[in-house]
Design a protein around this ligand. Structure first.
Ligand code: ZN
Length: 276
C-alpha cells in the first residue's frame, strides 16, 4: 500500500506533468464503487469544466483543488495509481476512471484491486480533520510526539499505523523506523523514555525522507506494485533494512530478522537490537 513517500511522489509527478492550470473536459467512470458518496454520472457532471488549481497531499490522500471551487480527495489504498495517456491508447480493463483534459491527454485511474476511492467534496478539511499530524511538518517535534505517546496506552506498531494518531505511515516505514530507533514493535506507547521518543521521532523522519529521495518503495515485480505516474519504480526497496527481510542478518548486529504478527499486520524486527 502506498505510504507518505509514495503518495507524495505521485503528487509531485502529477504537478511535473503540467496538470496545474489544466481544465477537465469530461469524465467517465467504469467501476462505480471507485466514486464514494456519489453516483458516477453526478461525479462526472460536477467535475467537468473545472480547472485544476493545485494538487497536494495530506496523510495518504491526494487532493485536487479545482476552480470553480470543489475538491477531489483520492485514496490509492492498495493498488490505485494514475496514468497519463493519449486518448488513442486503448483503456485497460483496470483503468476505472478516465478524465479527459483540455490538453489532449487523459488522466486515468488504474486500480487492479479496486479499493481506491474518490471523494468529491466542497469541504476537504472535514474529511481530513480526523488525521493526525504530518510527521515531516515543523510542528511535529520530539516534544509534541512525547505528549501524544504518553496519552495513549497502546502497542507502538498499531498506534503508529493509526492515521488518526499520525498521518502517512504504513507497514513498511513503521517497521523501518522502529528498527532504526532500536525499539520493539510491541512496546507500550506510554512507557517510552524521552530519549527513546527522540530516537523514534528522528527515525520516522529519516526513513520517510529517504523514501522520498528514492521516489518511494516498489516491492517485487508484480503489476499491482507501486509505480509513479511517470511509470518509474521507486528505488527505496534497496534501502530497506528489515521490512520483508525475515531471516536475513540484521544490518547492525547480524542476528536474523524475525517476523511476527501485531494486530494482524506482518511486522519485521531484530530480536537483538529491539528488545521487549
Ligand atoms: Zn540487530
Amino acid at each position: 500500500m502506498p505510504e507518505l513517500p509514495e503518495v507524495q511522489t505521485v503528487v509531485d509527478d502529477l504537478k511535473d506533468a503540467g496538470l496545474i492550470g489544466i481544465t477537465i473536459r469530461s469524465a467517465r467512470v467504469f467501476w462505480s464503487k471507485t466514486i464514494a458518496d456519489l453516483a458516477p454520472n453526478q461525479f462526472c457532471r460536477r467535475i467537468q469544466k473545472r480547472r485544476i488549481d493545485d494538487i497536494w497531499r495530506r496523510g495518504k490522500f491526494i487532493i485536487f483543488d479545482f476552480q470553480p471551487p470543489i475538491h477531489l480527495l483520492v485514496h490509492l489504498r492498495m493498488t490505485g495509481r494514475f496514468n497519463l495517456e493519449s486518448p488513442s491508447v486503448k483503456r485497460s480493463k483496470h483503468e476505472h476512471v478516465v478524465i479527459k483534459l483540455n490538453n489532449s491527454r487523459e488522466l486515468r485511474f488504474q486500480d487492479t484491486r479496486k479499493f481506491g476511492r474518490f471523494y468529491l467534496t466542497a469541504d476537504p478539511l472535514s474529511q481530513l480533520a480526523r488525521l493526525g499530524p504530518e510527521p515531516l511538518s515543523r510542528g511535529f517535534t520530539a516534544k509534541s510526539f512525547s505528549g501524544m505517546l504518553a496519552n495513549k496506552n497502546r502497542i507502538l506498531k498499531s498506534l503508529l499505523l493509526d492515521q488518526s494518531f499520525i498521518a502517512g505511515l504504513g507497514n513498511i516505514y513503521v517497521d523501518e523506523a522502529l528498527w532504526e530507533a532500536r525499539i520493539h514493535p510491541q512496546r507500550k506507547s506510554n512507557l517510552l523514555s524521552f530519549s527513546e521518543v527522540q530516537a523514534l521521532h528522528r527515525a520516522i523522519r529519516r526513513v520517510l525522507r529517504r523514501g522520498l529521495i528514492n521516489l518511494g518503495t516498489s516491492l517485487g515485480q508484480g503489476r499491482s506494485n507501486f509505480y509513479s505516474v511517470a511509470r518509474r519504480r521507486g528505488r527505496n526497496s534497496d534501502h530497506l533494512q528489515v521490512f520483508r527481510r525475515t531471516s536475513d542478518p540484521c544490518p547492525r548486529c547480524r542476528t536474523p530478522i524475525q517476523r511476527l504478527l501485531v494486530g494482524q499486520r506482518s511486522t519485521h524486527f531484530c530480536p537483538n537490537c529491539q528488545i521487549l
